[in-house]
Design a protein around this ligand. Sequence first.
Ligand code: PEP
Length: 250
Amino acid sequence: MRKKMVAGNWKMNMTPRETVELIRTLKPMVSDTDVDVVFCVPAIDIVPAVEALKDSDIGIGAENMFYEEKGAYTGEVSPNMLADAGVSYVIVGHSERRQYFNETDEIVNKKVRKAIEHELTPIICCGETLEQREQGVTLDLIKKQIVGAFMHVSPENAVKCIIAYEPIWAIGTGRVASSAQAQEVCQGIRTTIRNIYGSVIAEQIRILYGGSVNAGNAKELFTEEDIDGGLVGGASLKPEFAKIVNYKKL
Ligand code: PEP
């Protein structure tokens, strides 16, 4: 039985001071749950977030990292810096990074492998544009993204990774994928994992859905067979996030 997970992606919102305030608001609201809860925060907010969440089961994630450990890479943050700061998860290959920062499948794979080396759990994002969906190439494209992300990743490490299916046309648009559309792709992702690693790993790996998740649609999405929770953007900055975490009570 896979444990559900709800991860917030705060994106480029919240100063360090605002981070502590938001955590103070949300923490008591998301603490009494059997769902894994993660806050993925901007790099500068990691240290105050870790401090504000000590003595809590809520995990901290980074929104990005570089795949080198140190050196002349001005402005970048390394996996060992994240691990040392108390980070447990890192989002890799978010569509905004693919779109604005030219993150390719090859770069995603380098980051996935480096994250694993430092015992960070990568939350690997994949997803299609509206145009690609309309062309009917969604499942092929997602398969390519997943195969690329998991290149040279051993089965023991693959099973620890989290995958987030995030259709680009649903991110920040208020236009959520129907639960049937989301389930179809998440099932396709599980099949791809099965073809690479076999059934045992495929049944254990967690696959999240992301894209305009809110309190009104979380339950329907998260109770689909192959959807193990959500990666939540906009709604993760509001008390609504607690409703999404507690979706079973909705
Ligand atoms: C995201 O960017 O990861 C996301 C899912 O955003 P939103 O929930 O705002 O669509």
